[in-house]
Design a protein. Structure first.
Length: 147
């Protein structure tokens, strides 16, 4: 009887993952602490370094510069902030909400000893760039070999 409806193998394999979406939604909503809260705002950070400094970049679109708090303690950079939700228009109903809002805090261990003075932070076009000078002890020193 199942052979009466012609179906390609690809169709049946593509439909399989969607069949259990309801179960995924149930566990995500019922146990967010166990399964992880996908809706949490967690910005991505890049850390790079040169001989003189460490450069940290973070994508923070929609975050107001006055809602950012940046600090360094014991070679750990902490960036806190909040992305506020836009005011809803009266009579507007949403069909889908995928953008994330709320507070976030990230603490990142820096790859080298740094100075606490001379740090520059610039926020432009939704990207935060922090330049942190390295401590003298962390900078590479050229050692001359005598012959």
């Amino acid at each position: 009887m199942f052979g009466l409806v012609p179906r390609s193998r690809e169709e049946s394999l593509l439909a399989w993952p969607r069949a259990f979406d309801w179960m995924d939604r149930f566990f995500e909503e019922a146990f967010p602490a166990v399964w992880g809260d996908e809706k949490m705002l967690m910005p991505a950070f890049d850390i790079s370094e040169t001989e003189e400094k460490i450069v940290v970049r973070a994508d923070l679109p929609g975050v107001d510069v006055k809602d950012l708090d940046i600090s360094i303690t014991d070679n750990v950079l902490t960036v806190k902030g909040e992305k506020r939700q836009e005011k809803e228009e009266k009579g507007e109903s949403f069909h889908r909400v995928e953008r994330r809002y709320g507070s976030f805090a990230r603490s990142l261990s820096l790859p080298a000893e740094v100075k606490s003075e001379g740090i520059e932070a610039v926020y432009k076009d939704g990207v935060l760039r922090i330049e942190i000078p390295k401590a003298e002890a962390s900078r590479p020193k050229r050692i001359e070999v005598k012959h």
